[in-house]
Write a protein that binds this ligand. Sequence first.
Ligand code: TXA
Ligand code: MG
Length: 333
Amino acid sequence: MTAPVAVTAAAIREAAATLKAGGLVAFPTETVYGLGANADDAGAVRAIFRAKGRPADHPLIVHLADTTRIDLWCRRMPRSASLLAEAFWPGALTLIVPRSPRVLDVVTGGQDSVGLRVPSHPVAQQLLRGFRELGGEGVAAPSANRFGHVSPTRAAHVVADLGEGVAMVLDGGGCEVGIESTIVAFRDEDAMLLRPGGIAQSRIEDVLRGRLIAPAHDAPRASGTLASHYATRTRALLVEPDRLAAETLRRDERDESVAVLARSMQPRDFDGAWIVAPSDATGYAHALYANLRDLDAAGADEILIELPPDTPAWRAVHDRLARATFGNDDDRD
Ligand code: TXA
Ligand code: MG
């Protein structure tokens, strides 16, 4: 199995050279780990889809060290996109902008747009700069998990999902944000929220001095917006806070094993897997995917997730939980 590699100057050089030679490198970003390939090498990009088991028509985000050579990727930056790039890059924001003609179809899924992000994580930055020193430009990278599975926020998660499928995994420790970037797409100057994420919608709207609009029905595809995504192997269900203890004990009494992602204390007469998640949305998001993977590993019949508050701060978390539990209704009463 590919073991995670500690980050040193030599490891960064090797990783950049691996990318340049057409290999796949998993690397930490501030949101989640990415599975990177040279965005100008169609064979390398195709290997990403094979490693993930991802359908070939799902576009990838191109990661750049900075915006100095953004024209290679983007035909025209809408003014509102430039404002957001100035305000939030490097950071947890992806902009979907008109593609330049040289961008490979395998990266964009054949669409007329391309997703761009300048990540802030120091290891991602070092890798992108090292890659550029070797004559590379952009690194196409989806989250480094099997398609549809929970995204990785630690190097060990990448290895567990992709194993031999990746040449090198750079170990940058845990990801700070813990959920994926916010994705904003543009139709002329109209900005659409394609995926809530690491940068809060309200902060984006403050910069734009206006509301983000909901994606049009013919908006570009985003696999993170599929109804079922970010899923555990164990069936997971959302439960209202005031029902959590009763639902847990009811299953326990029937000898069904259950693992719980709670925001409250464990009932005294339950001794199964019970994780108390951080009480604030930022802390909750940071720990979310590791918590889901830990509960999945408990091998229970079901995972119960205590529903967090329904306020704007929790929007991206709600989005991920809804997709992780999609179609899993509690049909027994
Ligand atoms: O935080 C993140 O965004 C992480 C890190 C590694 O950067 N990446 C990530 O990539 O989450 P991925 O592929 O798992 O999700 C990116 C989403 C996908 O749903 C994809 O369909 C969408 O971005 N996307 C990429 N390019 C697009 C485009 N041109 N039009 C519409 N959606 C696009
Ligand atoms: Mg993903």
